[in-house]
Design a protein around this ligand. Structure first.
Ligand SMILES: Nc1ncnc2c1ncn2[C@@H]1O[C@H](COP(=O)(O)OP(=O)(O)OP(=O)(O)O)[C@@H](O)[C@H]1O
Length: 238
């Protein structure tokens, strides 16, 4: 019997004013899974994430996280349940040091046993340890991305959400981020990823949810997605 879902979306509808973008999204993420949201530009991936983290109110349907409905909850309350997002654009603080970023939000309120301590985060990203005293605005794009992931991990999230985490990075830095995400998966970190690099995602994600015009048009495992290139062409334009 499979474990109950950590996150569950049912009939999720959302949009911006009169313009509806999501038309009844259903998907689950179980503890320890790495799940991706895929689809071409403008299909509703970021909108789905905004509704999950509470920055956009759903217009219909329901979201359950850790067994509780998050409808009507503010983003900070959802974060306290154990959801952490690494937003598109990283959003580091220019005048806080790397170390300050990693301790300012550190928390283990959900009592995670294999806690993400400062040393453990430095172990995952040795570059951040070297740059511990540097300010946010002194970091390269890749370092800022590592810091954004490290900062999210310092809250010991039950669900880590990465929105375009490798966007705009040099290939060598992108590889570094993929290496870390693979280590996070091995450590059992439940993760939801939006990214364009399907080739890399099928290597280590467990399941994929493809969106097309605000609807889920396919869900399946990495082997299933790897085996059917017509899905890549039809829904991702690759
Ligand atoms: N703040 C906003 N106000 C109005 N419309 C928006 C807003 N943000 C996104 N949209 C529209 O919602 C639709 C879905 O956008 P969304 O950002 O969710 O897509 P996406 O799948 O994440 O694609 P991308 O990779 O381009 O971000 C698009 O038509 C987009 O123009």
């Amino acid at each position: 019997m499979s474990a109950p879902a950590l996150l569950s979306c049912r009939g999720l509808e959302a949009g911006y004013g009169a313009s509806q973008v999501l038309f009844g999204i259903d998907f689950d993420i179980r503890e320890g899974e790495v799940v991706t949201l895929l689809g071409r530009n403008g299909m509703g991936k970021s909108t789905t994430i905004k509704t999950l983290v509470g920055s956009l109110a759903p217009q219909g349907g329901d979201i359950h996280f850790t067994g509780k409905s998050t409808l009507g909850m503010r983003p900070d309350a959802i974060a306290r349940l154990g959801m952490a997002i690494v937003p598109e654009g990283r959003q580091c603080f220019p005048n806080l040091s790397v170390r300050e970023h990693l301790v300012a939000f550190a928390d283990n309120r959900n009592g995670r046993k294999d806690e993400w301590t400062l040393d453990r985060i430095y172990g995952l990203f040795p570059r951040l340890k070297e740059r511990a005293q540097n300010l946010g605005n002194q970091l390269s794009g890749g370092e800022q991305q590592m810091l954004a992931i490290g900062r999210a991990l310092s809250t010991n999230p039950r669900l880590l959400i990465l929105d375009e985490a490798t966007e705009g990075l040099a290939p060598v830095i992108r590889d570094e981020i993929w290496r870390c995400l693979t280590q996070l998966k091995a450590a059992g970190q439940t993760t939801l990823i939006v990214d364009k690099y399907v080739e890399r995602l099928v290597e280590f994600a467990d399941r994929h949810v493809i969106l097309e015009r605000g609807n889920v048009v396919w869900t399946g495992s990495s082997p299933d997605l790897a085996a059917d290139r017509s899905l890549w062409t039809r829904y991702m334009g690759v």
